[in-house]
Ligand binder design. Structure first.
Ligand SMILES: C[S@@+](CC[C@H](N)C(=O)[O-])C[C@H]1O[C@@H](n2cnc3c(N)ncnc32)[C@H](O)[C@@H]1O
Length: 229
């Protein structure tokens, strides 16, 4: 093999995983949750891990602008194909949500994160970044899968995560989503948890709304950046 030719892992991650992710995330139950929760977004929106843009059709006319962060250029390309389904401007930021977000402090009304906290390498850092740019009266809307309530299911989630994350784009099965969100300083205002249909390892869902929380803005150690053009 030539020194600079991509290996099988790179080819899988670049060419197959984005299409598989897009297909997997399009099922009817997930769409129902998107319709229910994304409709509550308002004003300036920051979507973390926007992926292939499957939330775009569900934003209401109360939204003025969407910033979508995702490090996958391939998923971003798929998301651009869905721009016709949303009436407001969308700017894509091709980066990890754990890196400094180039938006001013307290400039965002709604942060949206759906099925991405499982995949983000450092979700705590990404949430701190999101909180930094959220206005004091802003809200975080989340729909995520994560750690199950039953000890037996949890054990298997933890056992399988090291292998699963290699084939599923870094996805962790066993993250406790409400604790991650609260740990970043957010105050959870609404939380529903339940299984969807399918394997219990994958289908325990956390969805809800969190407020920014009362404490002082979190210092992520980076200056607030400019808005992307
Ligand atoms: C299962 S997909 C969900 C995509 C989309 N949120 C949805 O609801 O269909 C997980 C997403 O997290 C993104 N992701 C992974 N690491 C990330 C990071 N460090 N920062 C932001 N997004 C990340 C992936 O590229 C992918 O788009």
């Amino acid at each position: 093999m030539k020194k600079d030719s991509p290996g099988a892992k790179v080819i899988y991650a670049r060419y197959f995983l984005p299409t598989l992710t897009d297909l997997a995330m399009r099922n009817r139950e997930l769409s129902r949750l998107r319709a229910q929760w994304i409709a509550r977004a308002r004003g300036e929106v920051l979507e973390i891990g926007i992926g292939s843009g499957l939330n775009l059709p569900y934003y209401s006319s109360e939204v003025r602008h969407i910033y979508g962060i995702d490090p996958s250029a391939e998923l971003q390309r798929l998301a651009r194909k869905r721009l016709h389904s949303v009436a407001v401007p969308v700017d894509f930021l091709l980066q990890s949500a754990g890196q400094p977000v180039p938006l001013p402090e307290e400039s965002i009304d709604t942060v949206v994160v759906t099925w991405a906290l499982c995949s983000i390498e450092d979700p705590a850092r990404a949430l701190l970044q999101a909180r930094r740019v959220l206005k004091p009266a802003g809200q975080l809307i989340f729909i995520e899968h994560g750690r199950a309530p039953e000890a037996g299911v949890r054990r298997w989630q933890s056992r399988l995560t090291p292998a699963w994350k290699h084939i599923a784009g870094g996805c962790h099965l066993d993250r406790k989503v409400d604790d991650l969100i609260a740990g970043a300083g957010f105050q959870i205002a609404e939380l529903s948890t339940s299984y969807l249909s399918g394997p219990r390892l994958l289908t325990f869902m956390y969805r809800g709304i969190a407020n920014r929380g009362p404490s002082a803005p979190v210092d992520c150690g980076e200056a607030a950046g400019r808005r992307p053009g």
